[in-house]
Structures are given as structure tokens and as C-alpha cells.
Design a binder for this molecule. Sequence first.
Ligand code: ATP
Length: 346
Amino acid sequence: MDITIKDLTKSYENFRAVDGMNLHIKDGELVGLLGPSGCGKSTTLFMLAGLLEPTEGKIFFGEFDITKIPPEDREIGLVFQNYALYPHMTVEDNIMFPLINRKVNKNKARERVYEMAKLVKMEDLMKRKPKSLSGGQQQRVAIARALVKEPKVLLLDEPLSNLDAKLRIDMREEIRRIQKKVGITTIFVTHDQEEAMSISDRIAVMEKGIVQQYEVPQGMYLNPKNLFVAQFLGMPQINCFPARVIEKELWCEDVMLCGECNLENGDYTVGIRPEAFEICEEGIEVEALQTRMTGKDLLIYFSLAGQDMKALVHSDMQISEGSKFHIRIRKHHIVVFDENGKTINK
Ligand code: ATP
């Protein structure tokens, strides 16, 4: 089922928590709603779920306007951060719960519950109660319960926030696997850019209630539409600093960053991702101020034209604190922003 969000707004008095959102989500896609705390992600999800009434705008599931349809009739599955399992019920009964009030044949219901438990790999723990399960296992049960009624849309609100770092990564892969297997259109709210990038077909980055960019992860990372998106995606953060174009050359103080730049003379902000620096024999000479080994990468702090920079290089590079080395900047990795923070083609 595809989803169309048209001019969706939620206002609280004069404050617009979601401000004129327009998105189209294709059938079977997993879309990550990403942004900092308070940007309107959960408000959007709650409107999709029917738990909050929009101030303006419409939501369509397929051709059908569901804006005024109550939550129970929307055919959605919901998963929250805190699992919200019934503590006194077994895994089996928790997954079964949404089917109880439906006129579903008991044997059929059991079959369906088992099928869901198998999908989330919980079929051997059916008689357990939630408190004897790990966080990851509880979240699997919550996902099975959300899917048992065969909803058309799955809505996930920060489902991995309560899990530790390693489990978070395992579970996000699990969610992706389950989502692809079921083929269900899914919206996944997260403030974790790496999480969103790794499992989403497309990401909507939000700031202050407004969708800043809606794109496939790679496109968004390499071609951010503005400074906010460029800085929000990527860890370590993109290097941003002032620069000047003089006769087609891009300069930061006395360092030429790019010799063939199709921009008018003037002041700009430049963004360079840490991995866009290449270490080479020739090029700009810099000094490593600090280095950090992350495992596969070496993070080098250095100064370029008086600006603090970070470069991310392969960890087999022999560069230690205080040593001098030469860098080159991959030209197509330089992003240029105008005075309003909008990306401009160079
Ligand atoms: P987080 O990641 O912290 O959950 P979020 O992006 O999901 O943040 P929302 O919960 O959607 O953000 O909230 C968006 C904005 O709307 C916030 O500034 C919040 O304070 C505000 N807001 C939410 N509910 C209400 C309410 N009932 N009354 C007034 N303001 C509200």
C-alpha cells in the first residue's frame, strides 16, 4: 500500500510541530523519518496512526483518504520504543492479543501466531513472560504482535532506543529482514542517522517540523540539499568552514581548495566530508594534531588554513600525532552552500 501525505500540519496554538509536510511513500518501501529531538517525527507518526488529528492536510493510504478514519480501522501495526507488552501474558498470548476480539477461528489464530513467532525467531520461547526476555526479544514480540493482523502499514517509533549498541545493530538488520519478507510499507522514526541510512529505502530528514530533504540514503549523504542535512548526516561530522571564490578558484585563506569552480566571485560556506581527504605524496601539507584509531579507520585532526578539520583515512596509514603529511581533496566531494545554507552547484 503506498502512502501519500499532503500538506500535513499539526499546530499547537501558534507552534507548528509539523509544518506542511508532503511525502509519497511507495508500496513496500521502508522510509526513515530522521531528525533531532523535537523536529516533529513522532507527531507525524501519530497522525499516520490516527492517534493525533492533523490541523491541516490529508493522508492517503493508496487512493483512500484515511485522515478521518479511527486508528483501529486504518490497518496499521504500531511498535513503540518501550515494547508495551502485557507483562502478565506469555509471548504467545501477547502476539495473539490483537486477534482475540476478531472473529478469527481459534486454530487459524494459533497458526498465524506461530507463523509470526517464527518470522521474528521467537517460536521456542512462546510460554515465557516478557520480564524473562531480553530487550531485543521483547521487541521481536512487539513486532510479531504488530504484524499478526496483517496490517497494510507498519509504523515504528524509535523501536531500538532501549537496546544496547550491539543489539541495536542486530535488531535493525532483523527489522529490515522482516520488513522485506513481509513486503509491508513501513515508516521508521529515529534520531540515529546511521540507523536510518543503513536500513531505509528512502529517508525524510526533518527539522522544525519541515522535511528538509527526501531521498535515498546515498543520494542524501553525497548531495545534501542544505547545510542542516549535510551536518546532520555523517559521523564524524562534515567539515564546514568559510571560503571565497576568486576567478573560478575556491580559496580558504591562502589555501586553494579547487581550481575550476563554476561559481561567481563571493563568500560561501564549504563542506568537506572527513573521508573526502586523500593522503598523497604531493598536495597541501598539514600536521596531525591528534589521531584516533577507530578500528578500520584512523581519524586525524589537523588544521587547514586556520580551520579545525577531521580526516578519516584507512587505519593502516602511518600517521602519528605531530607528523606532517600531504592531502588532496576529491573535488566532487566538496559541497558549497550559499549565505542561506542552501547547496549550490559548483
Ligand atoms: P523526539 O525525538 O524527542 O521524540 P520528535 O521529533 O518525535 O522528538 P515530537 O514529539 O513530534 O518530536 O514533537 C515535536 C514538537 O511538538 C516538540 O517541540 C514538542 O515539544 C511539541 N509538542 C508535542 N506535543 C505537544 C503538545 N501536546 N502541546 C504542545 N507542544 C507539543
